[in-house]
Structure formats: C-alpha cells, structure tokens
Write a protein that binds this ligand. Structure first.
Ligand SMILES: C[S@@+](CC[C@H](N)C(=O)[O-])C[C@H]1O[C@@H](n2cnc3c(N)ncnc32)[C@H](O)[C@@H]1O
Length: 250
C-alpha cells in the first residue's frame, strides 16, 4: 500500500487530522467578528473529515464549500454533516488546493485549519486571495515558531518537513504583502495538539498496524508520527499553531 493510502487509513477515523479544537474555531470566528446571521459563502480548504466545516455550518448562516484532496475524508465529512443535521449547508469537493475550481470573488470567508502547508503559506494566501470578495476574511492556521530562536534539534526537524515555518511577525508580513489587512492572531493551546489530535491518533496506532499486517511501511509511518509527538512534547514552548485572521484589502 502506498504512503498516501496508509496515511488516509491512519487519519480517517480521527475527528481531526491536525491540531485544533471547536473552542478555538469559535475563537477565530469571534476574532474575525463574523456576523452569524448574515448569509455567507465559506470555503474550507483542506477540510479533512470536517471538524471545522461542520462546526461552521452549525454556527453560521452559511453555505460551506469543503475541499480536500482525498475523497475518503470527504465521505466521513458527509456522514458527520448528516448526523449533525447540516448536510444541506455543506458541499464537498475532492480537488487540490493548488487548482481550486472557484470563481473570482466567490466567497465571504476562506477558512483553512492546519492545511495550507500543503501548498505553502506564501503561495496559498496569494492564490486564494482572488476567490475572496473585497473585504472578505481569511482565517488560516499555520505552524509557527513561538520564539525568535529555538533548539537545533527542533529547527532541523522542521527545516526538513516544511521550509516555511517562521515566526508570527513574518507570517503577518506575508499577509500584508499579499493584499490582506491583518485582523489578529492567536496561538492554539497545547490541548489542541495533545488531547484533540496526538492522543486520539496514538489510540489508533494498534488497530492501524493490525489492519496493515504490521508492515514495514506502516511501522515507518508510525515512527515518524511518534518522533513528531516526542519533539512537540519536548519543545512545545518553541513551536505552535498560529491562527491568523486577515481581511482582503484589494
Ligand atoms: C493536517 S490535515 C488538516 C485537516 C482539517 N482541516 C483538520 O484540521 O482536521 C491537512 C489536510 O489537507 C489535505 N490536503 C493535503 N494536500 C492537499 C491538497 N493538495 N489539496 C487539498 N487538500 C489537501 C489532507 O488530505 C488533510 O485532510
């Protein structure tokens, strides 16, 4: 089985595929001062199995266009939307965030939790800007250095994983240069990593290995996850997820 299929198998039973929590999704809505009664069109890019898409559909008077590369995740999202009674407010599209089939100025809000690294923050915020109406909001979470310097072991790991990890001031500068006016930023608390993401994933490790015949590829994937978890636990004072809220200016 290839790595993508194994990763889908590991993650599709999770309510989230990255750090986050309902309370912080709502905190971002509050920071953005979104009018919950106004009819809105929202895109959730890299939505995974739908934690934020379903919550946004419940909290807003909005239609959510949920996009992910993997149909398996969207199938779970559809089941969750149905059981939450919001399936008429969400449409799911399997496509790449690099080739979004949207019209210019189609959305009031573009939302993306823990996913923009797949295209890269700089490219993502620049390309997605045209899909927002003038004055529309971008809400995006992105892995972020919490301090100006950090231990070499941590720096080396993330340099190898994602070349755009940077401090919040650098991310905010990119937003300014890409036609947005920053509204605010906050850091996800550690519970969003440990209790909402890593611990539920760890509880799926045994079943994952069993389903996949304890294969070398499956064990390699778990050891990479375990290394990331150990590094987070050791160095969580230096690395976090920033949630960035910005308004389109042009
Ligand atoms: C870390 S997960 C976050 C998922 C979800 N937003 C959450 O917070 O639970 C990243 C998501 O991006 C999706 N993804 C990866 N590459 C993508 C691409 N090129 N286009 C669209 N989605 C992509 C993955 O399938 C995955 O669901």
């Amino acid at each position: 089985m290839d790595d993508a299929k194994l990763l889908i198998d590991l993650h599709k039973q999770g309510s989230r595929q990255g750090p986050g929590r309902d309370a912080e999704t709502e905190q971002a809505l509050n920071l953005a001062m979104v009018d919950r009664t106004a009819p809105l069109r929202v895109a959730d890019i890299g939505c995974g199995t739908g934690a934020s898409a379903v919550l946004l559909a419940r909290l807003l008077n909005a239609h959510i266009t949920a996009v992910d590369l993997f149909q398996d995740f969207l199938d779970v999202l559809k089941e969750r939307a149905e059981s939450s009674g919001v399936s008429d407010r969400i449409s799911a599209h399997a496509c790449s965030m690099e080739h979004l089939p949207f019209a210019a100025e189609e959305f009031d809000i573009i939302w993306s939790e823990g996913a923009i690294y797949n295209i890269g923050f700089t490219q993502g915020v620049a390309e997605w800007q045209r899909f927002l109406k003038a004055g529309g909001l971008l809400v995006v979470s992105e892995i972020t250095w919490l301090t100006d310097s950090r231990p070499a072991e941590l720096q080396q790991h993330w340099d190898g994983e994602y070349s755009e990890v940077d401090v919040a001031s650098a991310k905010i500068r990119i937003l300014e240069k890409s036609g947005y006016s920053p509204v605010g930023y906050f850091v996800l608390p550690e519970q969003c990593w440990l209790e909402e993401y890593y611990q539920p994933m760890q509880s799926r490790f045994e079943g994952f290995l069993h389903r996949n015949g304890n294969s070398e590829e499956a064990r390699r994937i778990l050891s990479a996850e375990q290394r990331e978890i150990a590094l987070y636990e050791k160095y969580k004072a230096y690395i976090g997820y920033g949630v960035y809220v910005a308004r389109k200016t042009q």
